[in-house]
Design a protein around this ligand. Sequence first.
Ligand code: SF4
Length: 291
Amino acid sequence: MQISKVECRSILTRTTGYLKVVCSHSLNPYTGCGLGKSACGEACYVRFNPWLTRGREWGGFVDVKINAAEVYCRTVGAERRWAHKRSQPFSIFLSSSTEPWQAVEKTYRITRSLLDAFLDEPPDELILQTHTTGIREDLARVQALSQLFRLRVHVSIEGDTERLPGMPPPPSRLEDRIRLLRELSDAGIDAVACMAPVYPVSDPDAFFKNLAKTGIVGVVIDHFIEGDGTPDGARTVKTPLPAAMARVNPDSIFKGYRDHIAAIAARYLPVGISSQGFAGIYHRTLPSPGS
Ligand code: SF4
């Protein structure tokens, strides 16, 4: 793994495309991702961004933005005003193209420094997105922030199978991520299970019943078709993910599978679909499968 310390000139990125309906800004404490060779990294849409990878192997590099918190504090006023001028809340998605609690965070604590900066310069809303359970080490900070402004933690849980055939293992065990959802909920933090992209679910009723017991506020369900930023899932089709999904359930590679699973999920939990779900818009009723 090639780890480089870099100084960034900006840290709050005004959103476009898919994220535009979700939040005003994204914030990435690192460039690249140490989880790039795990299950989520295989079909990670960021790996197809040449501007970001600059020819480097996905999962083989991480640039550590050592001045992220300082730059946040210097630029937050202008970015907050920019959002408010557009009658939008100043809302931050952390992170859209890296994992905030990947292994290097233990050494550099860039994400932690940003959480501390949010105490002094709070956004109107913060969405924390993670594939790991490292957020536990910052639970007290996240809890304190959740008392100050709207905050949700999205924990990626793509399905009820630990590992799809032929795919590498996930960044952290499924059971541990489900336990994390309960710990967040017990701490009074709005926690969300994020199935993005949704993998085949072998026993949806048992799975969502189990998730509902953790006290989460909802589940977000997205499919790689459209969810990867292309109308037909073209980016993901180039990866091993669709074949692995099809080996478990051939129907799961079609977009209708998202709605099928969402309708079952709605029996147990508020459900958010695709970008609307990421934005925190949930439904309590959805059409039943087959209706
Ligand atoms: S954690 Fe997120 S950014 Fe990193 S490889 Fe997985 S999906 Fe991509």
